[in-house]
Design a protein around this ligand. Structure first.
Ligand code: PGA
Length: 305
């Protein structure tokens, strides 16, 4: 550590020198800072000792700053300016006008979560949002590590202490290409639909988890033709006639549904819901709380379709 680092000990000394420079005399600087003249003189002396050179000279009533003194004044201005900006930034954070909101959402939630974030970010323009997207097992892992402020799932992981709020229905619907033989038929039996070649999400997907549980309870087996790790890729594969699938209706409503139809299958859609989740017992930032409150009020209204 240099001598300067060690000895320009206090911001106060820099503040005094700046006041002296701007006010023009020790007396005026002391008044400005509500200190006595001897205190100011003594602190300035210490500062000059630390620098190892005189910082100013006195000619009668006139002060003349040395080159070293002017250099310290310039740096003092920068340092004190940065500190006051930091102060403001911290005040903003306390008042939640700034900061980073960290969200981790399952892939299927990526269709509507950005629509929620738009108005929120408009209201808090200095807020940064970090949005992580992954399948259910990936997001559960992030939740275990406590990496984010909030998580969006449709099926909460078991065995974890969580606070959750249900905020939107997430129906899983049967989709087929427009020209499919079953398109337009009424109340297609689930077992009949299940005979069609099926395009399945990957293991670890929440959509797959919901689907498997739902069908197992009804003792229905699917004719799985292909496993595909993306809702978009499944939609394209369905459009091109590779098979049918069951996906969240949000993949259609917000992600486009050209070339696809929703089949009227008896016992479908599978009724699931989206939950906003956070670990219980964790201290939440003011910003995280603001997002939670926003979602409970305006966010819900925004997504109501
Ligand atoms: P997924 O999750 O994107 O991993 O399929 C969706 C869900 O949890 O419903």
């Amino acid at each position: 550590m240099s001598r300067l680092h060690a000895h320009i000990g206090t911001f106060r000394q820099l503040e005094l020198l700046l006041a002296l420079h701007d006010a023009g005399s020790v007396k005026a600087a002391a008044e400005r800072l509500h200190l006595t003249q001897p205190t100011v003189s003594m602190q300035l002396k210490k500062l000059a000792e630390a620098v190892g050179m005189p910082l100013y000279e006195q000619f009668g009533r006139r002060l003349h700053f040395t080159e070293a003194g002017l250099a310290v004044v310039a740096t003092a201005r920068q340092v004190l300016g940065s500190v006051s900006r930091l102060d403001m930034q911290l005040a903003d954070l306390r008042g939640m006008k700034a900061g980073t909101l960290k969200l981790a959402v399952v892939t299927t939630a990526k269709y509507f979560v950005p629509h929620l974030l738009g108005p929120f970010c408009e209201r808090f323009p200095h807020v940064d949002v970090e949005l992580n997207v992954g399948n259910r097992s990936h997001i559960i892992e992030r939740l275990r590590q406590g990496e984010d402020d909030f998580y969006v799932f449709s099926h909460l992981p078991a065995g974890m202490a969580l606070e959750s709020t249900e905020f939107l229905p997430n129906p899983l619907v049967a989709i087929a290409p427009e020209n499919h033989a079953l398109a337009g038929q009424k109340s297609i039996p689930l077992k009949r639909f299940a005979r069609e070649p099926f395009l399945m999400r990957e293991p670890g997907s929440g959509t797959r988890y919901a689907l498997e549980r739902y069908l197992a309870r009804r003792q229905v087996d699917l004719n799985v033709r292909m496993t595909i790790e993306s809702n978009e890729a499944i939609k394209h594969a369905v459009m091109s006639g590779l098979g049918v699938s069951i996906l969240s209706s949000h993949t259609l409503a917000f992600g486009g549904d050209a070339g696809l139809v929703v089949l009227d299958v008896a016992q479908l859609p599978i009724p699931t819901h989206w939950y906003l989740v956070r670990p219980s017992g964790k201290a939440h930032s003011v910003l995280a709380q603001a997002f939670f409150d926003y979602l409970e009020t305006d966010g819900r209204a925004l997504l109501r379709v």
